[in-house]
Design a protein around this ligand. Structure first.
Ligand SMILES: Cc1nc2c(=O)[nH]c(=O)nc-2n(C[C@H](O)[C@H](O)[C@H](O)CO)c1C
Length: 153
């Protein structure tokens, strides 16, 4: 099994490093890292990780800035990632941490690390232990901030 980690230099937190660290804790898998300038460059990086470097799944990490233009570009990048999944028939776990989700730099760094680590675990489970995710179905899992939990009547 091989897991790809695609990340950007635009991001203000080294989320790729946290994903690599977390993957090593959960599984003995080969890891391929590919860093690009910004999130719009992620779709082709992910496709290349899958088609040329043999990755079974990719974790794609990006950080949309706080401006309207960044948000529009994030939507476009996200569509590119979905297209890359359909073109390759492989999961690409999109891990975007919007700069304006956090109140300050300290919270941004905390959120980015936590979301990156939690999605790294999701990627391992998706390809190696899918039953773990099925057990979590409907439990309101969130990556980063607290889980929402299940809704009850
Ligand atoms: C407006 C803009 N905003 C972001 C952003 O919020 N986050 C990010 O990772 N990258 C951004 N970029 C850069 C593009 O993703 C891309 O790197 C360049 O357009 C070069 O292809 C651009 C151009």
């Amino acid at each position: 099994m091989k897991i790809g980690v695609a990340d950007t230099t635009f991001a203000r937190v080294n989320m790729g490093a946290f994903v690599v660290d977390e993957l090593r804790k959960h599984a003995s898998v080969a890891i391929e890292r590919y860093t690009v300038p910004g999130f719009k460059d992620l779709p082709v990086a992910c496709k290349k990780l899958i088609e040329e470097r043999g990755c079974d799944i990719v974790v794609a990490l990006g950080m949309p800035g706080g401006k309207d233009k960044d948000k529009m570009c994030a939507h476009e990048a996200s569509q590119g990632l979905m297209l890359a999944q359909l073109m390759t028939n492989r999961h690409i776990i999109e891990v975007f941490v919007h700069e304006d989700e956090a109140e300050n730099d300290r919270e941004l760094a905390w959120l980015a690390e936590r979301r990156a680590r939690e999605h790294a675990e999701n990627a391992v489970n998706l390809i190696l232990r899918p039953q773990v995710l099925t057990r979590q179905a409907g439990t309101g899992q969130r990556q980063g901030f607290e889980d929402a939990g299940p809704a009850r009547q």
